[in-house]
Design a protein around this ligand. Structure first.
Ligand code: NDP
Length: 281
């Protein structure tokens, strides 16, 4: 039976470490502040923003909530980001995605000052990751590295295959595995014979966005499988991109959905907020 990688427990460890650091900073008179902007009232976004606020409360980070109406103009949003960029008492700025269609997401994310971009989406932070300089790293892939390390899984020298090349998961994931000295292959929808490539993986990270697509025939015996996908199945239960029942018996370790990668994203966001204070110095 595969070892279950417990993202819930590891995310609590990270949040508790953040909480200690924040308490220490408070004792030295430093407060950490995160500004969270939501435009419109997409129900999923409201849940995500609520969870981020709760995590801030738990850790002791001050959170400022900006709930803007759906018809907010791009100009107004950029103006607010400009104000928050200039405020010395704001360490992190997060714009909840997706934004309404009339707003250019890329323009908005690029407007956040790189030193306050706690989501790690700004081109300057992505570039910094690429050449090994300090900066914020996208939370989900950063969380996966923590899951592997804290579960005692060695990355150096391993064949690592990432399925998916999105800017927020696949690409930064590949760069992080490379930074940890993995031998990295990135696959995508144009990859020929995906199974042949994935069956070489010692560590397989799956971020395709297709429920239960990865079955046992994609996985090498004894591999570590990390499932980034989140979907609701026909019974309204959460499932991932990996067909857990079929794959689990063949792995040495695997993340469940829920309780694997999911909880790590907010924990790493909190970690980025804490680190923002040092980066801004
Ligand atoms: P995207 O849709 O942006 O990217 C999916 C990637 O998978 C693309 O690169 C695409 O290739 C590739 N792909 C699609 N179909 C195939 C195929 N048949 N074979 C090989 N590759 C394929 O998704 P994200 O990266 O944003 O997210 C992936 C999953 O992770 C989603 O389920 C999402 O909900 C989840 N997620 C979970 C998070 C968490 O906190 N746990 C956070 C972020 C995402 P191409 O580039 O060629 O189109």
């Amino acid at each position: 039976m595969a070892k279950l990688i417990d993202g819930k427990a590891i995310s609590v460890q990270i949040k508790d470490e953040c909480r200690e650091k924040v308490a220490q900073m408070k004792a030295e008179g430093v407060e950490v502040t995160l500004a969270v902007i939501q435009v419109g009232n997409d129900p999923a976004s409201t849940v995500y923003v609520g969870n981020k606020k709760k995590a801030c409360e738990y850790i002791g980070i001050r959170s400022l909530a900006y709930e803007l109406p759906e018809d907010t103009t791009e100009e107004k949003l950029l103006e607010l980001i400009g104000e928050l960029n200039a405020r010395k008492d704001v360490n992190g700025i997060l714009v909840q995605l997706p934004l309404p269609k009339h707003i250019n997401e890329e323009k908005v994310l690029d407007a956040i000052h790189p030193s306050k971009d706690v989501d790690g989406f700004h081109p300057q932070n992505v570039g910094a990751l690429c050449i090994g300089k300090p900066g914020f790293v996208s939370c989900t892939p950063a969380g996966i590295i923590q899951l592997l390390k804290r579960s005692g899984i060695e990355i150096a020298g391993k064949e690592c295959v990432v399925i998916g090349r999105s800017n927020i998961v696949g690409k930064p994931m590949a760069l992080l595995l490379l930074r940890e000295n993995g031998t990295v292959t990135v696959t995508h929808s144009r990859t020929k014979d995906l199974k042949e490539v994935t069956r070489r993986a010692d560590i397989l990270v799956v971020a395709i966005g297709k429920p239960k697509m990865i079955t046992a025939d994609y996985v090498k015996e004894g591999a570590v499988v990390i499932d980034v996908g989140i979907h609701r199945n026909e019974n309204n239960k959460l499932c991932g991109d990996v067909d857990f029942e079929s794959v689990e018996p063949h792995c040495s370790a695997i993340t469940p959905v829920p309780g694997g990668v999911g909880p790590m994203t907010i924990a790493m966001l909190m970690n980025n907020c804490v680190e923002s204070v040092a980066l801004q110095k």
